[in-house]
Design a binder for this molecule. Structure first.
Ligand code: PLP
Length: 433
């Protein structure tokens, strides 16, 4: 479990990422800018890897969609991570960054023939597994593999255990009303069908029941229920499966105070109990997990600059230069991020009720309501929107024809730009008039 200020700390009243003052970075790259801590990604990765070592063979497949910048993918791949993808674009990114194909899994309900073909072709023998979510998809993989002359397309079936992850409805994926995965009957039917297909090799099962889970209990039920379906599938196949992919979804803390999400070591202990040496599987299955947010959320912040203050009787509005196109989570899910000034509020400052809003022409372009901020905070002052490493830049768009922010990666006392701020020409690339 990580918290918003684990990798960002005040040093002599200046907010720093690791050892670098954020103000120094934005003096060079401007605002808005995403700033990431390398340690912020690597520390939870190492904790998960350590926890899984005792379970047996494993791969941590980082969920690329949570933050898909090449430098981040490379950083994680260099520390042993694989990748969990949901599109051909993410496959292209992962391969470009140097992720090994045999550590790549491909999830998602709508893979196209082209995407399947890229997955089968990469690195010669293809990716580690296609996580199949429908019978139609299974048929398509068989036919694409046949056309390409690949006789062992590795697949797993994504099981939908009909478990309520008790999270925001937009990020809940393991209920039967959700579009994801196969229920038990559909899954066993798929296993039967796959058994007679000459280009398919069924290697495992996968689950992923939702995101930002704040309790282990839905995961515990999901693990127990996939364990049963593994045994049933093996019975049909007459062969043992190679692996189980337990998905991602573990929550992080978006507030320095408040309800704490599960600890990573309790999560890996739960995995050990169901699949480890002392379980009925006796560590015979390779374990895959697909953490996204767990690795990226608290590794990044979005730095923004105050443009204007508007004072009303009841409260003030501070308009900043970052908008919902840069970080859509508050507008999309109503999730407030913790927001702190880059230069610590001085003692005795008068605080005023303030809404922090962006410049985009939508009322939902609001990062936080009723913050208590120094009433002297004004034009040019810098704020850090915390816990912005996951589903921040990867969901950013160009709405209102706004250029997307720069990204910076800090490692100890050094830092570098890992993505240039977009230029106006980037906004019209590919257009004809
Ligand atoms: C999004 C996603 C993940 C990662 O979810 P987090 O909540 O970021 O950990 C993992 N697996 C699949 C299949 C996903 O779609």
């Amino acid at each position: 479990m990580t918290a918003p200020l684990d990798f960002f700390r005040y040093r002599e009243s200046q907010l720093c990422c690791e050892k670098v003052p954020l103000a120094d970075i934005v003096a060079r790259v401007g605002t808005p800018a995403y700033v990431y801590s390398a340690e912020g990604f690597l520390s939870p990765l190492r904790q998960l890897q350590r926890g899984l070592e005792s379970v047996g063979d494993f791969t941590v497949c980082y969920a690329v969609k949570s933050n898909s910048s090449l430098a981040i993918l490379k950083l994680l791949a260099d520390s042993g991570a694989g990748a969990d993808l949901v599109s051909g674009g993410e496959l292209f990114r992962a391969l470009t960054a140097g992720v090994q194909p045999n550590k790549i899994v491909f999830s998602g309900v709508g893979k196209t023939a082209d995407e399947i073909s890229s997955g089968l072709n990469c690195g010669g023998s293809g990716i580690y597994s296609f996580h199949v979510e429908s019978l139609d998809e299974l048929d398509l993989i068989q036919s694409v593999a046949k056309r390409l002359g690949k006789n062992r397309a590795r697949v797993a079936f994504r099981f939908n255990p009909n478990i309520d992850a008790k999270t925001h409805p937009y990020i809940s994926t393991g209920l039967k009303r959700n579009k994801f995965g196969l229920n038990r009957d559909e899954l066993l039917e798929a296993v039967r069908r796959a058994k007679s297909m000459d280009c398919i090799k069924v290697c495992g099962l996968s689950i992923h029941i939702g995101s930002q889970l704040l309790s282990l209990s839905p995961l515990k039920s999901a693990f127990a229920s996939v364990a049963k379906v593994i045994l049933e599938s093996e019975e049909i196949l007459g062969l043992p499966l190679e692996f189980v992919d337990l998905g991602g979804g573990l929550g992080v803390s978006y507030k320095s105070s408040g309800k704490k999400p599960p600890r990573l070591k309790d999560y890996t202990a739960l995995i050990a109990r169901e699949f480890g040496k002392k379980s009925r599987f006796r560590s015979r299955l390779k374990i895959l997990i697909e953490p996204g947010r767990t690795l990226s959320a608290n590794a990044g912040v979005l730095i923004t600059q105050v443009l204007f203050r508007k004072s009303r009787k009841s409260k003030d509005f501070i308009v900043v230069d970052a908008g919902m196109n840069d970080l859509i989570r508050p507008a999309l899910y109503g999730t407030p991020h913790e927001i702190v000034p880059v230069f610590k509020t001085r003692k005795g400052a008068t605080l005023r009720r303030t809404d922090l809003v962006g410049p985009v022409c939508e009322s939902s372009d609001c990062f936080a309501q009723d913050l208590r901020l120094d009433q002297r905070l004004g034009q040019g002052d810098l704020l850090a929107i915390l816990s912005a490493g996951a589903y921040g830049m990867s969901m950013a768009c160009n709405y209102n024809s706004r250029t997307r922010p720069a990204e910076v990666l800090v490692d100890g006392d050094s830092w570098r730009v890992i993505r240039e701020r977009e230029k106006l020409e980037d906004l019209i690339r590919g257009e004809h008039f």
